[in-house]
Every structure is written in structure tokens, then in C-alpha cells.
Write a protein that binds this ligand. Structure first.
Ligand code: S3P
Length: 167
């Protein structure tokens, strides 16, 4: 309740925007990926490699349910795939105001092309992977969002101003 939740594709800036927003609004920040890694004692890549994506998605839903019980007035950044489960949309709305940071596939590719920590983007042709996943997820993010912020070509101060004006 009263939380601000940042959703959006991998590399859209959820973590960086979240930290900056937390300073600006003097609220503390949480990140579901980090909470899950801490709880499990292993990285997201290890969880995917050992137990697979469905197991990870179950952990995300469990994490969301816990946050609803415990958190108020925080900035919460969630993993890029968390909104793909429809049941999580209801949980996100219960948790607070959902802000979607919308970025183009080109912007995302430029930001994540050298990244090795995101299992879904490893291997051949990451650009195509981004485009395919994004096509599947665009509508889902829009459905889950209370507020949509386009981030392409904007500096962080502009993005923060827009979020604060709209939430
Ligand atoms: C994922 C996004 C990642 C992380 C995992 C799966 C996704 O989080 O949860 O690698 O399915 O989009 P970020 O959006 O913070 O990179």
C-alpha cells in the first residue's frame, strides 16, 4: 500500500530510476530480484539453470505476496518478467501504484548487449530475443500499469519529474 512499483522490460532502467526516485522522494527502495537472490542464496542465473523459469516465477509471486504483507511507502522495482503472470497484476495493484517504464527494443538492446546476468538474453541473437519477448509483453505491461512513462532519449531527471507528477 502506498508503494510505487516500477515495471518494464529488462534494461529499461527500473533499478537506476528506482534508486534515484528513492533519494528524491526520501523513501527506501526494494528490488524483487535482489530479495529473491538473498532468500535463495544464489543468483538469478543459477536459479534458472538449476530449477528453471517456472520455479523462478513461483518465487516472484511468493515474493510479491510477502511484500503486500510487509511494505508501505516504498519504491519497489520488480523483475522484467514478473507481470507476465496475470495473477500478479492483482497483487501488483494491491501493493501500490504501478509505473511502467516503456522503452523501445533498440534502447533495450544498447543497454543490455554486453550483459551476462540475464539468462533469457544469453546465446545467439539477443536482439531477436529482445524483439520477440517485447512483442509478447508490450500489451501485458500496459495492462498491468497505472501510469506509463516513455523513457527513450530522456535523462533521469526528466523521467523522475514525470513519475512524480503522475503518481
Ligand atoms: C527477467 C528479468 C530480470 C530477471 C530475470 C528474468 C525477465 O530482471 O528477473 O532475468 O523475464 O524479463 P530485470 O528486469 O531487472 O533485468
Amino acid at each position: 500500500m502506498g508503494n510505487i512499483i516500477l515495471i518494464g522490460f529488462m534494461g529499461c532502467g527500473k533499478s537506476t530510476v528506482g534508486i534515484k526516485l528513492s533519494y528524491r522522494m526520501r523513501r527506501s527502495m526494494l528490488d524483487t530480484d535482489k530479495l529473491i537472490e538473498k532468500e535463495e542464496g544464489r543468483t538469478i542465473s543459477e536459479i534458472f539453470a538449476t530449477d528453471g523459469e517456472v520455479y523462478f516465477r513461483d518465487l516472484e509471486t511468493k515474493c510479491l505476496k510477502n511484500l503486500i504483507q510487509t511494505e508501505k511507502n516504498r519504491i519497489i522495482s520488480v523483475g522484467g518478467g514478473l507481470p507476465i503472470r496475470k495473477e500478479n497484476h492483482i497483487l501488483l495493484k494491491q501493493l501500490g501504484t504501478v509505473v511502467y517504464l516503456r522503452a523501445s527494443a533498440e534502447t533495450i538492446y544498447e543497454r543490455v548487449k554486453n550483459d551476462t546476468t540475464r539468462p533469457l538474453l544469453q546465446g545467439e541473437n539477443p536482439k531477436e530475443k529482445i524483439e520477440n519477448l517485447m512483442e509478447q509483453r508490450l500489451v501485458i505491461y500496459e495492462q498491468a500499469a497505472d501510469v506509463i512513462i516513455d523513457v527513450d532519449g530522456k535523462d533521469f531527471d526528466t523521467i523522475l519529474d514525470e513519475i512524480i507528477a503522475k503518481v
